[in-house]
Design a protein around this ligand. Structure first.
Ligand SMILES: Nc1ncnc2c1ncn2[C@@H]1O[C@H](COP(=O)(O)OP(=O)(O)OP(=O)(O)O)[C@@H](O)[C@H]1O
Length: 207
């Protein structure tokens, strides 16, 4: 299981522009960190680089187990990491029930994964609605279902709270606390503070 994430001397570019250079940061089991910075500073790009979707210009992204042994990055990403982006990654023509079932099957779920996700994010009244008919907050709650339905150690979250109302912000905060208590790791790009104890990695303004 991923017990530590470390970024060393990391530089990431998009197009011709280097977004940040020589970044060092570490995150351990049970810890959360928020990524802050101006619009365009590179928060989403950093999350995507950790998820393996963008190749860094320089530096290293490494994952270690509880004994300090390096993990195979492809396995750590493929089996132990969730990326929850702005685009929730949901198929709009499916019902919420079909989509949640698909996501949890695809990602590998526990025996009660789907039920736990429904309970955690109040999805029961939404299950027979097509995803295209859900509001932004309802969609985000459906997308969050996979975090609970298919437990994985490292959560990479891109402005996770943005579309949620106060009730579901509280519910998601409780869900993040449970994840940290179970030795999970959370790295979240945010513009507003996250309602859990978290360190800060500030990418600053535009370079
Ligand atoms: N596919 C792409 N090709 C080229 N440039 C891109 C691409 N995606 C993003 N960028 C650029 O990279 C920069 C960083 O974008 P990114 O989305 O990482 O910033 P951010 O800090 O998450 O911003 P925000 O706070 O607005 O969400 C921006 O200037 C953006 O235009």
């Amino acid at each position: 299981m991923i017990h530590a994430l470390s970024l060393s001397g990391l530089s990431v570019a998009r197009g011709e522009r280097v977004l940040f250079r020589n970044l060092d940061f570490g995150l351990k089991a049970g810890e959360a960190a928020v990524l802050t910075g101006a619009n365009g500073a590179g928060k989403t790009s950093l999350l995507r680089a950790v998820a393996g979707l963008i190749r860094p210009e320089a530096g290293e992204i490494a994952f270690h187990d509880g004994d300090g042994n390096p993990l195979d990055p492809a396995e750590a990403r493929g089996r132990e990491t969730h990326l929850l982006g702005h685009q929730d990654g949901l198929k709009t023509g499916r019902t919420a029930r079909q989509e949640l079932g698909f996501q949890c099957d695809w990602l590998g779920h526990t025996q009660y994964g789907v039920d736990d996700a429904v309970e955690a994010f109040g999805l029961k009244p939404l299950l027979d609605l097509e995803v295209r008919r859900l509001s932004a907050g309802q969609r985000r709650r459906l997308a969050m279902g996979r975090l609970v339905g298919s437990p994985r150690a490292l959560w990479l979250l891109d402005e996770p709270m943005a579309p949620l109302d106060a009730r579901w912000r509280d519910a998601f905060a409780a869900c993040m606390r449970r994840h940290l208590q179970a030795d999970g790791l959370i790295l979240a790009a945010v513009h507003d503070p996250l309602p859990i104890p978290a360190r800060t990695l500030d990418l600053g303004g535009l370079s």
